[in-house]
Design a protein around this ligand. Sequence first.
Ligand code: AMP
Length: 283
Amino acid sequence: MYLFKNVSGLRDFLEPFRTKSRKIGFVPTMGALHEGHLSLIRQSLESTQCTVCSIFVNPTQFNQAEDLEKYPRNPAKDLQMLYEVGCHAVFMPPVGEVYPRGIDTSVAIDFGQLAEGLEGRFRPGHFQGVAQVVNRLLSIVEPQQLFMGQKDYQQYLIVRHMVRALELPVEVVMSPTVREANGLAMSSRNARLSAAQRNQAAIIYKSLQDACQWVKQGLSPEQVREKALQQLGIPGFRPDYFEVVDGLTMQPLDNFDGLGMAVACTAVWAGEVRLIDNTILQP
Ligand code: AMP
């Protein structure tokens, strides 16, 4: 496994793959890796000839300084995990390498309603930051396939929209959410939970599973939302939202009539830690 800290080193390494038309797969992460990240790496290893993982805690996507400061970091363990899974190259750049002085890396795309609700509403500017870093990293790695987790479903839609709008020659592949034994979606932020909070946080996945049942029983999106919010209101936990949205537009639904795909999305504070999760509903 090769480790690169600057753009030119990584580009030189990737050049032979390009000239021989070997497929490059890319998994961008913010580190503090877990099985969810590794599932993306494995998927890339299966379908491409060269897998690149980036580890970069992107400052432009954090809307709270404290969240950025407290974001878990464990580079030595991350490298060990990537080595063991068989990743080919790791890109761990300093901020100045991703955002060189004097160069405008911002992305001039209006994401409209895709970015208005849910995470967009509670984390202003977050998706512009995500688009900026993914676009910049794609311009460095130039992969044929980009692997992203369903866990951040709205982020996946934003990136897919950007790739289409900018006509970038990359396929965006969405991979299922990997969970702890109790159903809690794996997340780097879980490292900040106490053992008790981790156990209690199973309620988040339970609310999503129950939502699937309620939909099958004929409840409306609004009824599902209300019941789920009630369920999530346990001591020490505070939901930011639970929404039932159109899986293509991220707009809240009034009903399920003639709909292709609905998604239930939630964000919940467990003490000081904000957790998100979602599930695809089959009305
Ligand atoms: P992050 O390091 O949190 O920015 O995540 C990097 C990538 O891993 C994103 O595409 C996430 O959606 C994905 N990811 C994070 N957690 C999981 C999980 N539990 N299962 C699958 N993918 C995940």
